[in-house]
Structure formats: C-alpha cells, structure tokens
Write a new protein. Sequence first.
Length: 243
Amino acid sequence: MIWAGLRLYYGLRLNKMNLIEESFQRLFPEEIFHYQHKLEYNRRLADFNANVRLHHNLLSINLNLQWKDIDDEIKIGLIQSLLLKILKKRAHTPNLELYHNFIKKIPILTPKDRTDQLLEAAFRRVNLQFFSNQLELPNLQWGQQSFRKLAYYNFHDDSITVSTIFQKARTEVLDYIMYHEMLHKHHQFNHKNNRSSFHTKEFRAAEELYPNHQALEQEISLVIKQEKKLARPKPKSIWNFWR
Ligand SMILES: [Zn+2]
C-alpha cells in the first residue's frame, strides 16, 4: 500500500523533529505555535542561502540544499533567525549563537572560482596596504551597470561584486571601493540582537582611516554623473528628423 507507506514515512519524520515548530518553541516557550508550516530544500537558492514567507497562516521556509547535511542544532538557529525577521522580533538563543558561529566559517567553505584581473589587482593592493595581507581572497566579479548599488559583499558565497561603471575608473577610486567591501568582509559578523549591523561606528571609523577618503567620495559622485550621461540614449539631431 503506497499510501500507508507514505504516511508512515511522514509520521516518522515528524516525530523525529519538526524543525520549524521546534525552532519557534525554543524562541517563544510561552507562545502557542499556531502556524501551518512547510520546510523545503532546493537548488535554486544561492550558496547557503535561505528564505522565509508567511502567507495567511502558512509559514514556508526554503533552504538551499547544502543545509540538508548540516547539524539540526545549527539549522534551528538559522530558522530562528528567519522567524525573528518575519515576525519582527528580537531574541537571543544558544542556537542563534551556534548559527552565527557557523556562518563565520562559510567563507572558508565556499569555492573561489570567480575572479577578474582588475578587481584582483585592487584587492591585492588594498590587502597589502590596509589588512597586512591577512584577508582571504574572496570571489571577485563585475555586476551590472548600477548607479545606486555601487558594490556589495555577499557573505553567503564570499563574493565582492562591483558595478561596471567603475571599469574605467582610476585605480585609486577602484581601490577605495574595494576597501569598503573588504571592510564588510572583515567586519561581517557584528551581530547585535540578531541584526547584522553593517555600517557600525567601528566600520565608519575604519573607513575614515583611508587616505583622502573625502576627495575619493567626491570623485565617485563624479564617476556616477559621467557614466549616467554616457548611458543616456543620444537624442536624434534635428537634421535627421527633417530628412
Ligand atoms: Zn557598505
């Protein structure tokens, strides 16, 4: 009987441990867990990524397949961090602690298979000058032609992505952009109340140590302006219009 078999399978799994409910109960021991819930692993998410959705009463959590083999206690921490996000609450638990310690090690676990000559040269210069060569080489790549998100560090796959508008910028400008993202890699795990605070006081102080940082900020604004101009489609000339 197929049905009986399936039932038994699900029954056993649920008895073993329902991760979402368990995570919730450890976060909020006083509260009643009244959600329907669904936990799925999939390959579409980026490395070690995860997301959560609450639709009516259904809590769905998706985890990248890599999470499947990770210890349940760490997974509970991950699920708790997602629950806090979606329920807009704050809390501290030993599982959250475990989870944060685990993600600190993700950059060591992720493969480094993306790089670029210009970006790598910038990384190496900055690493030598400001980080005593102590920062591990992350994945490096050009992103889109973005005027707002100039660059970002993604700790899930340990990558620094830089907007293509800086492909022709002076090395000093590129180095400064790289420095900002390398600071993120360096400071990435300042978790306060389970919130990653990105531009902390410490971060800003470190940023201001960069020589000429104010002039460089201005130059960046200029690059953005110029590149925007170049990106705009050219108007047809009146002569063409009449012909
Ligand atoms: Zn930043």
